[in-house]
Design a protein around this ligand. Structure first.
Ligand SMILES: [Zn+2]
Length: 159
């Protein structure tokens, strides 16, 4: 059995229509919103300047190492990693860690003969690799010489 239809009632006259209430003060809400927007403008400008600063200087796209030759900081991807290996005779030799898998300490070097020779001159490999005596650097020297001969910008080729 369906319920009896509710007869629509006319709006009671004692209810005050909304536009009567709003007409007293229709503006204040809009004014406060505008004030808030004005206040946010300064904040957003500040955030833009901060993020721009961070993207250029504070956020390099990778780990950074120091070249043992020129002592400049550089992205690790742009540097050669030199590691010490011990041959069968117990003699230390330095080699270029082309795969990045050699264990132990590493020395970072620009693929540049000037940096290589500066590092050799100041015995930077001995200190960086914590090895005693004079390591055999011929493999590293040969590697850098090959890079220099094949391309003037070997580091950029890898990108
Ligand atoms: Zn260097």
């Amino acid at each position: 059995m369906p319920p009896p239809p509710i007869s629509p009632r006319p709006t009671p006259t004692r209810r005050i229509p909304r536009y009567v209430i709003g007409s007293a003060r229709p503006i204040p809400t809009a004014v406060s919103v505008r004030g808030g927007v004005g206040g946010r403008l300064d904040v957003s400008q500040h955030e833009i300047s901060v993020s721009r600063h961070r993207s250029t200087t504070d956020n390099p796209p990778g780990p950074v190492r120091t070249c043992v030759g020129c002592r400049k900081r550089e992205l690790a991807a742009e540097l050669l990693r030199v590691a010490a290996v011990v041959d069968g005779n117990g003699k230390c030799a330095a080699t270029v860690d082309t795969t990045g898998n050699l264990p132990g300490r590493g020395a970072w070097l620009h693929p540049d003969q000037q940096c290589l020779h500066a590092a050799i001159r100041r015995r930077a490999f001995v200190r960086a690799l914590r090895i005693t005596g004079s390591p055999d650097l011929s493999a590293v020297i040969e590697h850098v010489e090959n890079l220099s001969a094949s391309s003037p910008h070997p580091a950029r080729e890898n990108r």
